[in-house]
Design a protein around this ligand. Structure first.
Ligand code: KG4
Ligand code: ZN
Length: 332
Protein backbone atom coordinates (compact mmCIF):
# COMPACT_ATOMS: atom_id res chain seq x y z
CA UNK A 1 0.00 0.00 0.00
CA UNK A 2 1.26 3.52 -0.79
CA UNK A 3 0.77 5.57 2.37
CA UNK A 4 1.22 9.26 3.04
CA UNK A 5 2.24 9.77 6.67
CA UNK A 6 1.75 13.08 8.48
CA UNK A 7 3.32 14.07 11.81
CA UNK A 8 2.88 17.37 13.67
CA UNK A 9 2.80 16.45 17.37
CA UNK A 10 5.55 18.78 18.58
CA UNK A 11 7.88 21.17 16.75
CA UNK A 12 8.51 19.19 13.57
CA UNK A 13 6.17 19.35 10.60
CA UNK A 14 6.71 16.11 8.71
CA UNK A 15 5.31 14.17 5.77
CA UNK A 16 6.53 10.94 4.18
CA UNK A 17 5.54 8.51 1.47
CA UNK A 18 6.15 4.86 2.37
CA UNK A 19 5.40 1.76 0.29
CA UNK A 20 4.20 -1.42 2.03
CA UNK A 21 5.49 -0.26 5.40
CA UNK A 22 9.07 -0.95 4.28
CA UNK A 23 10.27 1.34 1.54
CA UNK A 24 10.66 5.05 2.23
CA UNK A 25 10.08 7.01 -1.00
CA UNK A 26 10.40 10.36 0.79
CA UNK A 27 10.75 11.57 4.38
CA UNK A 28 10.50 15.35 4.70
CA UNK A 29 10.94 17.03 8.09
CA UNK A 30 10.65 20.75 8.64
CA UNK A 31 12.10 21.58 12.06
CA UNK A 32 10.86 24.65 13.90
CA UNK A 33 13.83 24.63 16.30
CA UNK A 34 15.05 28.08 15.13
CA UNK A 35 11.65 29.52 16.02
CA UNK A 36 11.75 28.15 19.57
CA UNK A 37 15.48 28.35 20.32
CA UNK A 38 15.41 31.80 21.91
CA UNK A 39 12.81 30.50 24.41
CA UNK A 40 14.90 27.41 25.26
CA UNK A 41 11.89 25.16 24.62
CA UNK A 42 8.81 24.69 22.47
CA UNK A 43 6.15 27.42 22.72
CA UNK A 44 2.91 25.54 21.92
CA UNK A 45 0.99 28.47 20.40
CA UNK A 46 3.88 29.37 18.08
CA UNK A 47 4.29 25.71 17.15
CA UNK A 48 0.71 25.23 15.98
CA UNK A 49 0.76 28.46 13.97
CA UNK A 50 3.95 27.38 12.24
CA UNK A 51 2.49 23.95 11.45
CA UNK A 52 -0.41 25.68 9.69
CA UNK A 53 2.04 27.60 7.49
CA UNK A 54 4.27 24.65 6.64
CA UNK A 55 2.09 21.56 6.47
CA UNK A 56 0.94 21.93 2.85
CA UNK A 57 4.43 22.82 1.48
CA UNK A 58 5.90 19.87 3.42
CA UNK A 59 3.30 17.43 2.01
CA UNK A 60 3.84 18.82 -1.50
CA UNK A 61 7.59 18.34 -1.08
CA UNK A 62 7.13 14.76 0.19
CA UNK A 63 4.96 13.86 -2.83
CA UNK A 64 7.44 15.58 -5.17
CA UNK A 65 10.47 13.76 -3.76
CA UNK A 66 8.59 10.44 -3.93
CA UNK A 67 7.58 11.26 -7.52
CA UNK A 68 3.97 10.37 -6.86
CA UNK A 69 0.81 12.42 -7.21
CA UNK A 70 -1.79 12.70 -4.46
CA UNK A 71 -4.10 10.62 -6.69
CA UNK A 72 -1.72 7.65 -6.31
CA UNK A 73 -1.76 7.73 -2.49
CA UNK A 74 -3.85 4.81 -1.23
CA UNK A 75 -4.20 5.72 2.47
CA UNK A 76 -3.32 8.33 5.07
CA UNK A 77 -1.61 7.78 8.41
CA UNK A 78 -1.52 10.63 10.88
CA UNK A 79 -0.30 11.21 14.43
CA UNK A 80 -3.28 11.37 16.75
CA UNK A 81 -1.34 11.83 20.03
CA UNK A 82 0.31 12.12 22.47
CA UNK A 83 1.78 15.59 22.05
CA UNK A 84 0.74 19.23 21.87
CA UNK A 85 -2.95 19.20 21.13
CA UNK A 86 -2.98 22.37 18.98
CA UNK A 87 -0.10 21.06 16.89
CA UNK A 88 -1.58 17.58 16.44
CA UNK A 89 -4.89 19.07 15.30
CA UNK A 90 -3.17 20.77 12.36
CA UNK A 91 -1.86 17.48 10.90
CA UNK A 92 -5.05 15.67 11.81
CA UNK A 93 -7.32 18.20 10.09
CA UNK A 94 -5.26 18.13 6.90
CA UNK A 95 -5.19 14.31 6.90
CA UNK A 96 -8.95 14.10 7.42
CA UNK A 97 -9.59 16.58 4.60
CA UNK A 98 -7.33 14.73 2.19
CA UNK A 99 -8.85 11.35 3.08
CA UNK A 100 -12.36 12.75 2.69
CA UNK A 101 -11.71 14.45 -0.65
CA UNK A 102 -9.71 11.55 -2.13
CA UNK A 103 -12.06 8.93 -0.60
CA UNK A 104 -9.17 6.89 0.78
CA UNK A 105 -8.74 5.22 4.20
CA UNK A 106 -7.55 7.28 7.15
CA UNK A 107 -5.70 5.87 10.15
CA UNK A 108 -4.75 7.63 13.40
CA UNK A 109 -1.42 6.59 14.88
CA UNK A 110 -0.07 6.75 18.43
CA UNK A 111 3.20 8.69 18.22
CA UNK A 112 4.95 6.36 20.70
CA UNK A 113 3.98 3.28 18.70
CA UNK A 114 5.24 5.15 15.64
CA UNK A 115 8.69 5.59 17.22
CA UNK A 116 8.90 1.82 17.75
CA UNK A 117 7.69 1.12 14.20
CA UNK A 118 10.66 3.14 12.83
CA UNK A 119 12.91 0.14 13.45
CA UNK A 120 11.06 -1.75 10.68
CA UNK A 121 12.47 0.71 8.15
CA UNK A 122 16.00 -0.52 8.80
CA UNK A 123 17.87 -3.36 7.11
CA UNK A 124 17.87 -5.71 10.07
CA UNK A 125 14.56 -5.94 11.87
CA UNK A 126 13.96 -7.50 15.29
CA UNK A 127 11.68 -10.47 15.84
CA UNK A 128 8.93 -10.33 18.45
CA UNK A 129 8.86 -10.10 21.39
CA UNK A 130 11.44 -7.42 22.10
CA UNK A 131 12.02 -4.73 24.69
CA UNK A 132 11.89 -1.13 23.45
CA UNK A 133 13.31 1.93 25.15
CA UNK A 134 11.42 5.00 23.97
CA UNK A 135 13.44 7.98 24.90
CA UNK A 136 12.43 11.42 23.65
CA UNK A 137 11.63 14.96 24.76
CA UNK A 138 8.36 13.88 26.32
CA UNK A 139 8.84 10.18 27.08
CA UNK A 140 11.22 7.82 28.79
CA UNK A 141 9.70 4.39 29.00
CA UNK A 142 10.55 0.76 28.45
CA UNK A 143 7.99 -1.56 26.91
CA UNK A 144 7.61 -5.21 26.15
CA UNK A 145 6.57 -5.26 22.48
CA UNK A 146 4.71 -8.45 21.48
CA UNK A 147 3.72 -7.08 18.08
CA UNK A 148 3.49 -3.64 16.49
CA UNK A 149 0.92 -1.75 18.52
CA UNK A 150 0.92 -4.29 21.39
CA UNK A 151 3.04 -2.52 24.01
CA UNK A 152 3.15 -3.26 27.75
CA UNK A 153 4.87 -0.69 29.98
CA UNK A 154 7.77 -2.09 32.00
CA UNK A 155 9.35 1.09 33.37
CA UNK A 156 8.57 4.78 33.17
CA UNK A 157 9.95 8.07 34.36
CA UNK A 158 8.69 9.39 37.68
CA UNK A 159 9.45 13.00 36.67
CA UNK A 160 11.39 14.38 33.68
CA UNK A 161 12.02 12.57 30.41
CA UNK A 162 15.67 12.01 29.42
CA UNK A 163 15.27 14.51 26.56
CA UNK A 164 14.12 17.11 29.09
CA UNK A 165 17.20 16.39 31.19
CA UNK A 166 19.28 17.27 28.12
CA UNK A 167 17.18 20.28 27.10
CA UNK A 168 16.93 21.79 30.60
CA UNK A 169 20.67 21.40 31.21
CA UNK A 170 21.42 23.18 27.93
CA UNK A 171 19.01 25.94 28.90
CA UNK A 172 20.68 26.29 32.32
CA UNK A 173 24.06 26.54 30.62
CA UNK A 174 22.78 28.83 27.86
CA UNK A 175 24.34 26.69 25.12
CA UNK A 176 21.43 26.33 22.71
CA UNK A 177 18.36 24.34 21.72
CA UNK A 178 17.54 21.48 21.24
CA UNK A 179 19.84 20.65 24.14
CA UNK A 180 20.43 17.00 23.30
CA UNK A 181 21.94 17.79 19.92
CA UNK A 182 24.22 20.53 21.34
CA UNK A 183 25.34 18.43 24.33
CA UNK A 184 26.03 15.42 22.11
CA UNK A 185 28.32 17.57 19.94
CA UNK A 186 30.24 19.32 22.74
CA UNK A 187 30.52 16.20 24.94
CA UNK A 188 32.46 14.35 22.20
CA UNK A 189 35.55 16.36 23.23
CA UNK A 190 34.98 15.80 26.96
CA UNK A 191 35.97 13.32 29.65
CA UNK A 192 32.94 11.38 30.99
CA UNK A 193 34.85 10.59 34.19
CA UNK A 194 35.37 14.27 35.10
CA UNK A 195 32.45 14.48 37.56
CA UNK A 196 30.22 11.78 39.05
CA UNK A 197 26.58 12.86 38.66
CA UNK A 198 23.93 10.85 40.57
CA UNK A 199 22.30 7.79 38.97
CA UNK A 200 18.78 7.68 40.44
CA UNK A 201 16.76 4.63 41.49
CA UNK A 202 19.33 1.88 40.89
CA UNK A 203 17.80 -1.58 40.59
CA UNK A 204 14.34 -0.22 39.67
CA UNK A 205 12.81 -0.35 36.21
CA UNK A 206 11.55 3.21 36.67
CA UNK A 207 13.55 6.32 35.83
CA UNK A 208 14.03 9.69 37.52
CA UNK A 209 16.02 12.57 36.08
CA UNK A 210 15.03 15.57 38.22
CA UNK A 211 17.80 14.93 40.79
CA UNK A 212 20.39 14.93 38.04
CA UNK A 213 19.23 18.32 36.84
CA UNK A 214 19.29 19.71 40.42
CA UNK A 215 22.75 18.30 40.90
CA UNK A 216 23.97 20.23 37.84
CA UNK A 217 22.26 23.37 39.10
CA UNK A 218 23.94 23.07 42.52
CA UNK A 219 27.32 22.41 40.93
CA UNK A 220 27.05 25.55 38.79
CA UNK A 221 25.98 27.62 41.79
CA UNK A 222 28.89 26.37 43.88
CA UNK A 223 31.28 27.00 41.02
CA UNK A 224 29.85 30.48 40.53
CA UNK A 225 29.04 30.35 36.81
CA UNK A 226 29.06 28.39 33.60
CA UNK A 227 32.38 26.80 32.57
CA UNK A 228 33.79 27.16 29.07
CA UNK A 229 36.03 25.24 26.68
CA UNK A 230 37.51 21.99 27.93
CA UNK A 231 35.81 22.20 31.32
CA UNK A 232 32.39 22.63 29.69
CA UNK A 233 33.04 19.61 27.46
CA UNK A 234 34.08 17.52 30.49
CA UNK A 235 31.03 18.59 32.46
CA UNK A 236 28.67 17.76 29.58
CA UNK A 237 30.36 14.43 28.87
CA UNK A 238 29.89 13.52 32.56
CA UNK A 239 26.25 14.64 32.55
CA UNK A 240 25.54 12.71 29.34
CA UNK A 241 27.27 9.65 30.78
CA UNK A 242 24.95 9.66 33.80
CA UNK A 243 21.93 9.66 31.46
CA UNK A 244 23.40 6.97 29.22
CA UNK A 245 24.31 4.77 32.22
CA UNK A 246 20.80 4.91 33.64
CA UNK A 247 19.07 4.29 30.30
CA UNK A 248 21.37 1.36 29.59
CA UNK A 249 21.12 -0.26 33.04
CA UNK A 250 17.34 -0.07 33.25
CA UNK A 251 16.69 -1.19 29.69
CA UNK A 252 18.93 -4.22 30.08
CA UNK A 253 17.26 -4.97 33.41
CA UNK A 254 13.87 -4.78 31.67
CA UNK A 255 15.06 -7.16 28.94
CA UNK A 256 16.40 -9.57 31.55
CA UNK A 257 13.17 -9.44 33.55
CA UNK A 258 11.20 -10.50 30.44
CA UNK A 259 13.78 -12.99 29.24
CA UNK A 260 14.10 -11.37 25.79
CA UNK A 261 17.36 -11.00 23.87
CA UNK A 262 16.38 -8.23 21.43
CA UNK A 263 16.37 -4.59 22.42
CA UNK A 264 15.20 -1.61 20.34
CA UNK A 265 16.06 1.99 21.16
CA UNK A 266 14.01 4.75 19.58
CA UNK A 267 12.89 8.36 20.01
CA UNK A 268 14.90 11.56 19.66
CA UNK A 269 17.44 10.81 22.41
CA UNK A 270 18.30 7.53 20.64
CA UNK A 271 20.10 9.78 18.14
CA UNK A 272 22.69 10.44 20.87
CA UNK A 273 26.06 9.13 19.71
CA UNK A 274 27.32 8.13 23.16
CA UNK A 275 24.08 6.30 24.00
CA UNK A 276 24.27 4.36 20.73
CA UNK A 277 27.89 3.46 21.41
CA UNK A 278 27.15 2.31 24.98
CA UNK A 279 24.19 0.14 23.91
CA UNK A 280 26.13 -1.44 21.05
CA UNK A 281 29.15 -2.14 23.28
CA UNK A 282 27.18 -3.60 26.17
CA UNK A 283 24.90 -5.51 23.81
CA UNK A 284 27.77 -7.34 22.16
CA UNK A 285 29.36 -8.08 25.56
CA UNK A 286 26.14 -9.66 26.79
CA UNK A 287 25.19 -11.34 23.51
CA UNK A 288 22.06 -9.20 23.06
CA UNK A 289 20.69 -8.02 19.72
CA UNK A 290 20.56 -4.23 19.76
CA UNK A 291 18.51 -2.39 17.12
CA UNK A 292 18.78 1.38 16.75
CA UNK A 293 17.31 3.15 13.72
CA UNK A 294 19.49 5.77 11.98
CA UNK A 295 19.28 9.18 13.69
CA UNK A 296 16.82 10.63 11.12
CA UNK A 297 14.36 7.87 11.98
CA UNK A 298 14.88 8.33 15.75
CA UNK A 299 13.85 11.99 15.88
CA UNK A 300 10.28 12.89 14.94
CA UNK A 301 9.39 11.97 11.37
CA UNK A 302 6.37 10.87 9.37
CA UNK A 303 7.85 7.70 7.82
CA UNK A 304 7.44 5.95 11.18
CA UNK A 305 3.80 7.08 11.28
CA UNK A 306 3.19 5.61 7.81
CA UNK A 307 4.67 2.25 8.91
CA UNK A 308 2.40 2.07 11.93
CA UNK A 309 -0.59 3.08 9.79
CA UNK A 310 0.19 0.27 7.32
CA UNK A 311 0.11 -2.19 10.24
CA UNK A 312 -3.26 -0.93 11.54
CA UNK A 313 -4.80 -0.76 8.06
CA UNK A 314 -3.65 -4.30 7.24
CA UNK A 315 -5.59 -5.44 10.33
CA UNK A 316 -8.70 -3.69 9.04
CA UNK A 317 -8.68 -0.50 11.05
CA UNK A 318 -10.34 2.52 9.43
CA UNK A 319 -10.91 5.88 11.10
CA UNK A 320 -13.56 8.41 10.20
CA UNK A 321 -13.72 12.19 10.16
CA UNK A 322 -14.62 12.03 13.85
CA UNK A 323 -11.05 10.91 14.63
CA UNK A 324 -9.86 13.03 17.55
CA UNK A 325 -6.50 14.13 18.93
CA UNK A 326 -5.27 13.23 22.42
CA UNK A 327 -2.50 14.96 24.37
CA UNK A 328 -1.56 12.18 26.79
CA UNK A 329 -1.04 8.54 25.99
CA UNK A 330 -3.70 6.22 27.41
CA UNK A 331 -0.81 3.83 28.23
CA UNK A 332 0.87 6.53 30.31
O1 KG4 B 1 11.36 12.16 19.49
P1 KG4 B 1 11.68 13.61 19.46
O2 KG4 B 1 12.21 14.18 18.18
O3 KG4 B 1 10.42 14.45 19.88
C1 KG4 B 1 9.57 14.04 20.89
O4 KG4 B 1 8.68 13.20 20.63
O5 KG4 B 1 9.80 14.52 22.05
O6 KG4 B 1 12.71 13.89 20.65
C2 KG4 B 1 13.18 15.18 20.91
C3 KG4 B 1 14.22 15.08 22.01
C4 KG4 B 1 14.71 16.45 22.52
O7 KG4 B 1 14.69 16.45 23.93
C5 KG4 B 1 16.14 16.50 21.98
O8 KG4 B 1 17.01 17.26 22.82
C6 KG4 B 1 16.52 15.04 21.98
O9 KG4 B 1 15.37 14.37 21.55
N1 KG4 B 1 17.64 14.74 21.07
C7 KG4 B 1 18.83 14.30 21.50
C8 KG4 B 1 19.66 14.18 20.35
N2 KG4 B 1 18.91 14.56 19.25
C9 KG4 B 1 17.67 14.89 19.73
N3 KG4 B 1 19.27 14.01 22.74
C10 KG4 B 1 20.54 13.60 22.86
N4 KG4 B 1 21.40 13.48 21.81
C11 KG4 B 1 21.00 13.75 20.55
N5 KG4 B 1 21.85 13.63 19.52
ZN1 ZN C 1 8.74 11.82 19.26
Amino acid sequence: MLILGIESSCDETAAAVVRDGRTVLSNVVYSQSDLHSSYGGVVPELASRKHIETIIPVITEALGQAKVSIAEIEALGVTQGPGLIGSILVGLSVAKSLAFVRRIPLCGVNHIEGHVAAVFLTQEVPSFPFVALIVSGGHTQTYLVRSLGDLTVLGRTRDDAAGEAFDKAAKMLGIGYPGGVVIDRIARQGNPGYHRFPRAMPGSLDFSFSGLKTSLFNLLRKRGGVPEGEELADLLASYQEAIADVLLEKTLLAAESCGVRSVVICGGVAANSRLRERFRGEGSLRGLNIFIPPAVLCTDNAAMIAVMAEEHLSRGRRDGVDLNAFSRSPSG
